[in-house]
Design a protein around this ligand. Structure first.
Ligand SMILES: NC(=O)c1ccc[n+]([C@@H]2O[C@H](COP(=O)([O-])OP(=O)(O)OC[C@H]3O[C@@H](n4cnc5c(N)ncnc54)[C@H](O)[C@@H]3O)[C@@H](O)[C@H]2O)c1
Length: 318
């Protein structure tokens, strides 16, 4: 078994690689950037001795196919992508990375000459805004109505994954996170709750530029969901909602105040609701891939703040 993780230097990627290494699995990292900056924050040096890193662009078809074929890859956890703001500004480049890049992974799996299982990051951005739906948690059988290019690209990936199973028999799992938080989350529209926790630890003021509700999901749980989906024997082209804890930004600020009294003086929130429905039912995932952890929000926030405090004490937090 040999796992290729694309986008491995990103936030979710770093925690996925950490989980794979702790399971003693053979991991190959692929990313545009060579430096494992986030992984350095969350692992000890002895855990990284077996790490192999390759660099490249996911949209380069020949490179990605050769990597999967020649490196003996049996599982791909595909996370490489650009996030919502980039895709809104640069839809063509965004599609090359997010859609063509995902097609490259599936074509690479098809041409590897051995069975290759694909787990990829979709997103809750496949949903439209909350008011586009009945007021109940959405299940995977509800219609996706994305209102951003990013969401449409993720929707396309889910469709392509279905075709790669029905035509080529490639089994896949697509997971739809909402807002992932935890050490290492610093990119994308919904990074703000984590950026707020980092500012709090640094004693700096910060305003979360969003209001309304978010479904916050602790990054370690999200990484486990990706790894357990890769290890699962589930056949077919599956797409699953990932649900964490839905919280209003005011309640998030209150929880921060409970965690570190005085937080309210530094951290505030003001701005629009993210235009993505936030009530999701993830019982299908819990049923078909049982045992994925769900850290309560207060505990995930505590772990995040404590890790940032440790990093600051060691002089490793900018
Ligand atoms: N973080 C969230 O809340 C969230 C929510 C829903 C879905 N997702 C999805 O999860 C995945 C990982 O998200 P993340 O938060 O870790 O993002 P991130 O921005 O931290 O990481 C993305 C990684 O992809 C790499 N990358 C970007 N363009 C590339 C390219 N052309 N070729 C190769 N590598 C490239 C980046 O260098 C980066 O290391 C993405 O597919 C994202 O769309 C994330």
């Amino acid at each position: 078994m040999r796992v290729l993780v694309t986008g491995a230097q990103g936030c979710i990627g770093a925690w996925v690689v950490r989980s794979l290494l702790r399971r003693g699995l053979d991991v190959l990292i692929f990313d545009l950037v060579p430096e494992p900056a986030r992984l350095l924050l969350i692992t000890e040096p002895h855990e990284r001795t077996r790490l192999r890193i390759t660099t490249g662009a996911i949209e380069e078809t020949d490179r990605v196919k050769a990597l999967i074929r020649d490196e003996g890859i049996t599982h791909v956890i595909h996370l490489a992508a650009v996030l919502m703001p980039f895709c809104q500004q640069h839809p063509v480049k965004g599609a090359l990375i997010n859609v063509v890049g995902t097609l490259n992974v599936f074509e690479g799996a098809r041409e590897a000459g051995r069975p290759v299982r694909v787990v990829y990051a979709s997103s809750s951005a496949v949903w439209g805004p909350e008011d586009a739906y009945e007021p109940r948690p959405l299940s995977e059988s509800d219609a996706t109505k994305p209102t951003t290019h990013y969401g449409v690209f993720k929707q396309a990936n889910e469709g392509n994954a279905r075709v790669f199973f029905s035509v080529d028999g490639i089994s896949s799992v697509g997971l739809r996170p909402w807002t992932v938080y935890g050490v290492g989350r610093d990119a994308g529209l919904t990074a703000a709750p984590t950026i707020a926790m980092r500012h709090l630890v640094l004693g700096k003021p910060y305003q979360i530029p969003l209001g309304g509700f978010m479904d916050l999901q602790y990054v370690e749980d999200v990484a486990e969901a990706f790894v357990m989906s890769a290890l699962s024997p589930l056949e077919g082209a599956h797409v699953f909602n990932l649900a964490g804890e839905v919280v209003h930004m005011d309640a998030f600020l209150e929880a921060l105040e409970v965690l570190r009294p005085g937080a309210r003086r530094l951290i505030s929130a003001s701005g629009p609701q993210v235009p993505v429905a936030y009530k999701m039912d993830d019982s299908a995932l819990q049923r078909l891939i049982p045992g994925i952890p769900k850290t309560p929000l207060a505990e995930g926030m505590r772990k995040t703040v404590e890790l940032y405090e440790k990093l600051r004490a060691e002089g490793r937090l900018e």
